[in-house]
Ligand binder design. Structure first.
Ligand code: F6R
Length: 652
């Protein structure tokens, strides 16, 4: 992405050789592959403040990710002080006694059990057998069983069932073999990681180095926060944004050695990396719930602002087209593009489907949409003038990152649409567009999705104006975009009415969402939002597809939500509504003001202001988000931490 400069690598003279005995042993051993979602969080601090307070504060800010236990460790005067508890961070704070002194260097973690049950023993941080190291770890060590067997033969004992305890002991094993030197701590971590297969974000403390921390990442995000005489590390910058906005994102395969006043980054191959610093454009308020009961509701309500931010500075002076400097393509180069491929997962994939409708309609450029996970292992034939967009709110989704790498490997120009400045996808893409939605903390994506819709509508405008869209049509498009924030506010003003409607449907078991053309992806998104946070089974279909199968489900017990916002296909939608009504299903309709739907045909109506056809997906999404939110609330669901879900999915 444009703000990210390239990195220079310098070689150190130090050479790492892996332990040949361990290497031979591991070559024979099995690798356990885990497919769990990574929901754990890491925070670390080195500085002058009371570390316990900073770690607890950071863990609280990361609570939205979901976890089953939490722990912190501080290192002071050569002694580790640790507290671990099951359940909430609050339990952890309550367990800390005033007499405990954690010092000014420490690590903290919230764990979502993967290897080993939920127990205090399995909670992080873990300490090594000889007591020299403490570690927190996100991810999965696939070959931990073989390493464990090897270490057991060397006399190591294990107290937990975790892969993480194996890793900290492997570090200690290398440390004890390593001659004393300035780099002994870092080198031991490097050597241990050479033997590891799997994914990790780790923060490690060493008793012999009481003012230092070593961190490393592979497929699990880690960010360094640079303060004044203090440094932070976290798996998500939300954890420390109250203290600093100056950050460095660690890349895969990199380690950092950190003290309170300095840090250095190296690769596993001993190359020194020049860190690329960037500044987060977040405010502290962005990472707290404020007056709202849930982050999800807060983020739904922020959409007038997030949409404005997605558009800011991105129109031509004559307000007839869009411009995106980050694409780093001249109009001449943009005109040569004759196919566009969008890759994404989940909600972001829905935004890509809308892109397909809009770009094909307004710019007449063929668009394909692929799930990132399918693209990375498939072999989609693409033209040499194909432009590839990877869309990812978090910028860390492993499947989308792999799709990006595969697309680049094949030589396509690969750009990103992401909300996370400096994220892995942002760094590895050849350019792109930042969403500027602010941090999205609720697990169910809301404001990030509508920002993606806004950006893809602007891409349709940009490509349309390069091809066959005239000045007047372009100006009308821009005008409609500029009116969006006000119109979103009008929908939000009616949230009590949507809550009243939602309560009527809170007890149903199934629901269908139906829409035509660009409303079909919104039907998918409405269904996804509902199932994610309320656990009601819901599906989205193109409205006309209903009669090819799903109509069999329709009954009084299966309400249907119709997205009937388009004037040109009014009658078609009305016919589908009647087909469903004839089978006694309850009908909720999202329609634009000025619609001609008779109240006799429907049970509930959620009206949205009229707008340009290309922008109706944005407005129609808002009532569906509120509908899902209020249904989940009426069912007493844990809205910001839906079961089994993680905000960023950094495993396959
Ligand atoms: C659903 C949701 C997920 C994400 C998906 C991709 O509400 O948030 O479906 O959209 O996991 O995440 P990103 O956009 O971070 O790549």
């Amino acid at each position: 992405m444009p703000i990210i400069e390239g990195k220079r690598k310098r070689c150190l003279s130090l050479t790492l050789t892996s332990d040949i005995y361990l290497k031979n042993f591991l070559a024979k051993g099995p690798a356990m592959k885990s497919m769990n979602l990574v929901m754990c969080s890491i925070i670390g601090y080195v500085g002058v403040k009371d570390v316990a307070q900073i770690l607890l504060d950071g863990l609280e800010r990361l609570e939205y990710r979901g976890y089953d236990s939490a722990g912190i460790t501080g290192l002071k005067d050569g002694t580790f002080t640790s507290v671990k508890q099951l359940g909430r961070v609050k339990n952890l704070s309550n367990a800390i006694k005033p007499s405990m002194n954690f010092g000014n260097l420490g690590i903290g973690h919230t764990r979502w059990a993967t290897h080993g049950k939920v127990s205090v023993k399995n909670a992080h941080p873990h300490v090594s057998f000889h007591g020299l190291f403490s570690i927190v770890h996100n991810g999965v060590i696939e070959n931990y069983e073989s390493i464990k067997q090897y270490l057991a033969k060397q006399g190591y004992k294990f107290y937990s069932e975790t892969d993480t305890e194996v890793l900290v002991n492997l570090i200690e094993y290398h440390f004890r073999k390593e001659p004393d030197s300035e780099n002994r701590f870092l080198v031991s971590v490097q050597k241990a990681l050479l033997h590891v297969r799997g994914t990790y974000g780790i923060a490690v403390l060493c008793k012999n180095n009481p003012e230092e921390m070593v961190i490393a990442r592979k497929s699990s995000p880690l960010i360094i926060g640079i303060g004044k005489n203090e440094m932070f590390v976290a798996s998500d910058a939300c954890a420390f944004v109250a203290y600093t906005k100056n950050v460095v994102y660690l890349n895969d395969g990199e380690l950092a050695h950190i003290t309170c006043s300095d840090f250095s980054i190296t690769t596993m191959k001993n190359e020194t990396i020049d860190a690329v610093k960037c500044e987060l454009d977040w405010k502290v308020e962005d990472v707290s719930r404020g007056e709202h009961e849930h982050f999800m509701l807060k983020e739904i309500c922020e959409q007038p602002i997030s949409i404005e931010n997605a558009m800011r500075g991105r129109f031509s002076d004559d307000l007839s087209t869009a411009k995106f400097g980050g694409l780093q393509l001249l109009p001449r180069e943009l005109r040569q593009i004759d196919r566009i491929l969008f890759c994404a997962c989940g909600t972001a994939w829905h935004a890509c489907l809308v892109a397909e409708y809009l770009i094909e309609k307004y710019a007449r450029i063929p668009v394909e949409v692929a799930y990132s996970s399918e693209f990375r292992y498939g072999n989609v034939p693409l033209d040499k003038n194909t432009l590839v967009f990877i869309v990812s709110q978090s910028g860390e989704t492993l499947d989308s990152l792999a799709a990006l790498q595969e697309s680049k490997r094949k030589g396509y120009r690969t750009l990103a649409i992401t909300n996370a400045i400096g994220s892995t996808i942002a760094r590895e893409s050849e350019g792109g567009i930042y969403q500027h939605s602010g941090p999205e903390i609720g697990v169910a994506s809301t404001k990030a999705f509508t920002a993606q819709l806004c950006i893809v509508a602007m891409l349709a405008l940009l490509f349309g104006r390069l091809h066959n869209m005239g000045f007047d049509e372009g100006s009308e498009f821009v005008q409609s975009l500029l009116e969006l924030p006000k119109k979103i506010s009008q929908i939000l003003d009616k949230k009590d009415e949507i809550q009243r409607i939602a309560k009527k449907y809170a007890n149903c078991k199934d629901m269908l969402f139906l829409g035509r053309q660009s409303m079909f992806p919104i039907a998918l998104e409405g269904a996804l939002k509902l199932k994610e946070i309320s656990y009601i089974h819901a599906e989205g279909y193109p409205a006309a597809e209903m009669k090819h199968g799903p109509i069999a489900l329709i009954s009084e017990q299966c309400p249907c939500v119709f997205l009937a916002t388009q004037k040109d296909i009014w009658q078609k939608n009305i016919s589908n509504i009647q087909e469903v009504k004839a089978r006694n299903a309850k009908i909720v309709v999202v329609a634009s003001e000025g619609h001609q739907i008779s109240p006799d045909h429907i049970d509930d109506l959620m009206e949205i202001p009229d707008t340009h056809d290309a922008l109706k997906p944005i407005l129609a999404t808002i009532p569906l988000q509120l509908f899902a939110y209020y249904i989940a609330k009426a069912r007493g669901c844990d809205i910001d931490k839906p079961r089994n879900l993680a905000k960023s999915v950094t495993v396959e």
